[in-house]
Structure formats: C-alpha cells, structure tokens
Design a protein around this ligand. Structure first.
Ligand SMILES: C=C(O[C@@H]1C=C(C(=O)O)C=C[C@H]1O)C(=O)O
Length: 379
C-alpha cells in the first residue's frame, strides 16, 4: 500500500552544499562560545549544509541537564548570521514551535520520544498550521511503521510539504553493540510506503559511540538515504550530553570526505545491460524457488491429512531438528549465511505448521472444537 502525501523534493527546499547532505552540530547547545566555535569549524569543513543544536532536551531521568532553553535560540541566530548555515532544532510542543519560529529557525525536527505520542504530534501539527517550514520526523522509539507514517501524515495535513523522515534506530531490551537497533527494514518499508519522502539517517543515535558511525553512515547512503544527521562538538570529551557519540568538526569533515555517494541508477549502457541480464537470472531462480515452495507445501498438506486421519500431532520436533541440522550443514557448504538459513527454514516450518493446523481445524470445526477459528497474527 502507498500513502498519498503531498511532499516537495528535498533539493527544492534545501541547498545541499556537498554530497552527501550533512546536518551537524552539538547534541545540546551548552554555551554561546561552544555553539559558535563548533558552528565555525563545521562551516570551514565545507561539508555541512545545516547546523543543528538541541535547545530543549528530553532526558530519561529528572535532574539532568534538560537543555539551555530559549537563550540558545539567540546563539543559533548568531551562528547562522556568522556562518551562513541554516539552522535546525528539535521541537516537542507548541511553545517550542512558536519560539523556534520567532527566532527564525529554518528547519524543525520531531524527536523519537515525541513521535510515539499522537497527542504531541498533533499539538505540534496544530502549531504549524499555515506555516511554511521544513519538518523532519524521527522514527518513534518502538519499531512501529504505522506510528512513524501517522506522524508524517499529521504534519503533512497541517500543510507542511517540505517534509522528511529521520531514521535514528529503535530502542531494544536486548544488549547490542548499538545504542538503538538500526532495523533497516523499517526505513526500507517507509521508503516503499512513501517513495517521494526524503529519509535522513542519524548514525549518532543508532551507534551511541563514535567508532561505529562511519560504518552506519556508509550503509545508510548505500541504502539510498538522502543524507546524514551527525552530532558534533568542539570538544566531545567535555560535552554535557551524549559525549561518547559526538565527533569533532575535523573528524566529521574527514568522515564526509571518506564516504562514497552512490546513485540509485547508472547511465552506463554496459552496466545496465549486464544488470538486466543478471536480474533475468534472478527472476528465473525466484520462480523456481516459489514453484518448489508450492510443491513442498502441497506435500505438507498431504502429511497434514494423514496426521489428522491417524491422530498424530502436527509438530514433530525430532524430524524438525534433523531438517535444521541437515540444512545448516548444507548451507555451510554453499557458503550461505547460517543465521539467514536458519531464519528461512524457521519461516518455512512456521508455514507448514499453519497449513496443517488449518487442515486439522477443518476436521475439528465439524465437531465444534476448533482450536483456533481465527487467523493467527503473523509478524
Ligand atoms: C511436515 C511435517 O510436519 C511438521 C513440519 C515439518 C516440515 O515442514 O518439514 C517437519 C516436522 C513437523 O514439525 C512432518 O511431520 O513431516
């Protein structure tokens, strides 16, 4: 399903200095000097198109630094006047919107902790009625595509057409090397839902540390994201917030230099011919895969009928174990990724179970004891 939003292409409302688009600046505006020095150093790299700074900070615990507040907007105004860089800030309520607009901020973004709450997003949307300003919407903390799309829709309905999304990763209970799990598939699904929507990646919040930022930044560009929002600080070691994930402006400049910007398409005829040929081969293989899956499921159905008629359980753990073991050792020989292979086989097994349950239930339904007459929700 595609969502119908009225969106203007990114390059019609943002002057991109250098590919890739980079939005950078401190996690938090701390002092006038810190913000202005950082802004000048960023401008000097020639790689940054927009200066960002956190003015109001949603913090997990009370009593922590919650942002410098309105005074920071004055510093941003000065930074813009001195460097020529347009500015971007996070807004989380109507008052923030009003103050940011009054201070001449060029771009607003909605943070992950606001996107989760439709009341908050609606309050921001109402404050934006009739205003012509670009708005970027970060993904919600939880991996909920509809919530992300819904927030974009609310802002769009308020008349904002200079619209974009920011992929900042998703909170997870599991311990991982990332601060927020990238779950790239959600950004890909958003792109599928809204092909015209620019998506900017935020490697700082995905990584939570400086070391992983180059890897995530390159991956985002390779997944056709339109730009990067990366936190930077004149001296990250003494930053008041997110010290571990901020880059110095010099490191940011070097990173931007090292990144490869790839195009979604190429005009090179030899390349397009070769690609078309290889894609033909893939199409044939996909047809075969599906045909074989169809054949497998037909046999699974037959087994289901035998089991039903002979009072045998659907799940056969030993048989299933043997299939997984055989599959994994075959996958090793084929140099297939083992994690992928296991997930694929699990998916096939899940479908076998679903199909056989349907067959069993058809029998039980006549007796009025169907275990499950509803369709199970599949992720
Ligand atoms: C098809 C069967 O039923 C289930 C599905 C399996 C499969 O998809 O290969 C294997 C074992 C069972 O859990 C079977 O018993 O063989």
């Amino acid at each position: 399903m595609k969502l119908q939003l009225n969106i203007q292409p990114l390059n019609t409302w943002l002057n991109i200095k250098n590919e890739p688009l980079i939005i950078s600046g401190p996690c938090s505006a701390e002092t006038e000097e810190q913000l202005l020095t950082t802004a000048h150093l960023l401008a000097a790299t020639g790689k940054v198109s927009v200066l960002r700074a956190g003015i109001w900070k949603p913090r997990t615990r009370p009593g922590e630094f919650e942002g410098i507040g309105s005074i920071g907007l004055e510093w941003l105004k000065r930074a813009k006047a001195e460097t020529g860089l347009p500015t971007a800030v996070e807004v989380a309520n109507a008052k923030h919107v009003e103050e940011a607009l009054a201070a001449g901020v060029d771009i607003l973004w909605i943070g992950a902790r606001s996107t989760v709450n439709p009341f908050t997003v609606q309050e921001i949307a109402d404050a934006l009625q009739g205003v012509d300003i670009p708005v970027l919407v970060k993904n919600p903390i939880n991996p909920d595509l509809q919530l992300w799309a819904g927030a974009l829709e609310r802002i769009n309905r308020a008349g904002i057409t200079k619209l974009g999304a920011i992929h900042r990763g998703f909170s997870s209970y599991e311990k991982s090397s990332f601060r927020n799990e990238p779950m790239w598939e959600l950004a890909i699904q958003l792109k599928t839902l809204l092909p015209d929507l620019p998506i900017i990646n935020d490697p700082s919040h995905i990584c939570g540390n400086r070391e992983l930022i180059p890897y995530i930044s390159q991956k985002a560009l390779d997944l056709d994201m339109q730009g990067l929002m990366i936190e930077s600080h004149v001296d990250p070691s003494i930053a008041w917030t997110d010290a571990k994930q901020q880059l110095t402006p010099a490191a940011l400049g070097e990173l931007a230099e090292r990144l490869t910007v790839r195009e979604p398409e190429s005009q090179n005829e030899a390349f397009t011919d070769q690609l078309a040929e290889l894609r033909k081969q893939i199409d044939k293989i996909d047809d075969l895969l599906l045909q074989k899956l169809g054949e497998r499921m037909a046999i699974v159905g037959k087994i289901g009928e035998y089991k039903r008629d002979n009072q045998v359980t659907i799940l056969q753990v030993n048989r299933w174990d043997a299939i997984i073991k055989k599959g994994i050792s075959f996958a090793k020989a084929l140099k297939l990724d083992l994690n992928f292979t296991e997930k694929f086989l699990e998916l096939v097994h899940g479908e076998s179970i679903r199909k056989q349950t349907e067959i069993m239930n058809a029998g039980k339904a006549e007796k009025g004891i169907a275990a499950e007459t509803h369709t199970e929700v599949k992720s």
